[in-house]
Design a protein around this ligand. Sequence first.
Ligand code: ADP
Ligand code: MG
Length: 623
Amino acid sequence: MAKHTFQTEVNQILDLMIHSLYSNKEIFLRELVSNASDALDKLQYLTLTDEKLKSFSFTPKIDISFDSEKNTLTISDSGIGMNEQDLIENLGTIAKSGTKNFLSKLSGDKKKDSALIGQFGVGFYSAFMVANKIIVTTKKAGEEEAYAWISDGSGEFEIEKCTKDSHGSEIKLYLKEDEKEFTSRWRIEEIVKKYSDHIPFPIFLHYTETKTEGEGDSKKEIIEEKNEQINKASALWRVAKKDLKEEEYKEFYKSLSYDSADPLAWIHTKVEGSLEYTTLFYIPQNSPFDLYRVDYKSGVKLYVKRVFITDDDKELLPPYLRFVRGIIDSEDLPLNVSREILQQNKILATIKSASTKKILSEIESLQKNDEKYSKFYKEFGRCLKEGVYSDFENKEKLLELLRFTSSKSDDKEISFKTYKERMKENQKSIYFLQGEDLELLKNSPLLESYKQKDIEVLFFSDEIDGIVMPMVHEFDKTPLRSITSKEAMEEVGTDEINDETKEKYKNVLERIGKILQNEVKEVRLSSRLVNNPCCLMEDSDNPNAAMMKMMKQMGMNNNLPEEKPILELNPNHNIIQKLIDSKNNDEDMAYLLLEQAKLLEGGKIKDINSFVARINKIIENTL
Ligand code: ADP
Ligand code: MG
């Protein structure tokens, strides 16, 4: 029997494990199962590559058993095993940079430090959180000698020769008095399912069941030994695409998302090279219920080498893709990766950026099927708009994915691309009209001259358009212009009024302007109207106008000063023409023009009683 002392750093960790107040102790089982899985992986690899082990046949599996009377828990594997040298090196020192990093973060404050364990999960030694003695019995594949490693975690460990029938390792935990929960069949099953369901090797749980048989005197108890596989053992995402059936993908989606509907699409990618990882993403058919809640749950799970790490990291994909469900499984990240490390991790940043591009191009290809795409867009179009706002790198691609109804689309939603293809020969810009009520937009008097000139106008009628679209100045090098803007008026020629007309209406403008001086900023002529006598315009020279509008849309309109609009009159309209000579009822006429323009815009009339009185007066006069 040989006594050894632990490396200083190991002692530091052990001290923390033994005295920690840490509540998420169950992760020790994840660590031990993952070590077993690694050991199986290693042996499997060697049987393929190592001359000495080529003919070695073995059944890879992990067994868990417990004894609730003796309060022990045992995890064994048929993996590579360890010899004496391995034991000293692997279970006596710390070679991993992740753990060193962990140690450097220790503050000496027990409470803070134990919170760190949860974030790091420090491998084998975490078993000392629940055990006050551990015996590892192990035999290396292809070697004769077996060894036992024994420690109570207090500074020293012993190694002695022992006997063991087959290769592999057996980790026996002598549980602390108050950790009895880990000798419960249900508790073990629960933990294994939570963290290790997709370990590619079967995990068997051994337990006994007591049954009573017979009646009265012949009644007897029968103890039955049970041996049940408790994990799925299939990391579906690790299976090659060509070997997976559609049904299997759908099945897996349902187990992952708790969604009863089939997914709309999925993207399965295996990346090899300087970074190795597998991703499997699903686009659901329907939005998750918490899509627009601040406390939404992330839909992506992070695995490292098939071991579950977290499903609570909202940064694995950009937040606007939060409707995506799926898995990222990295070969390169350390198992004991902390949340802080995750956030600034270069590997993850690379995976995130590549995954975003993959998902966007899958969405792009959904466009081939009109019906599919419009279903998708109805559910998640708003998220794509958030992306336009937040993902500068993919802005162009995202813009291509957006859809809007237009003055020519008959309620069918079209893309910027389609709009551009339909542009008139000399048309300089993409024209749009923004406002919250689609019906009002469709009937806006501002559209009249565009209709007459056969120019299409897009409707930005989604609430979020008011926030996102002001950040979009062009699409594919063509500028976007609101038809209320000076530029649009100039381009489409709706600003031209000849001098003769101006002269003719000088007096009308002055009169109306004076009457409405408290209501509007200006009264002017416009050539953009055809059937309507007048309309209201925002003052596009006011640099604050866009900002005000945005703030109003965000519900911050309480203390904002009221912006006065501009009233535009249509010099070709009968009513306006008649105003030149008629000087009766000027005031009523002026107000009625303003009020009807307000109504057309979907605005409210301030004094509805006076409005009705004015109408009645006119009805009376005509009758
Ligand atoms: P990690 O798994 O991240 O390397 P651990 O602390 O979990 O760190 O384990 C330390 C080392 O001990 C492993 O790298 C491995 O070499 C060895 N080891 C642990 N468990 C087993 C096992 N069941 N079979 C073989 N080797 C093991
Ligand atoms: Mg480990």
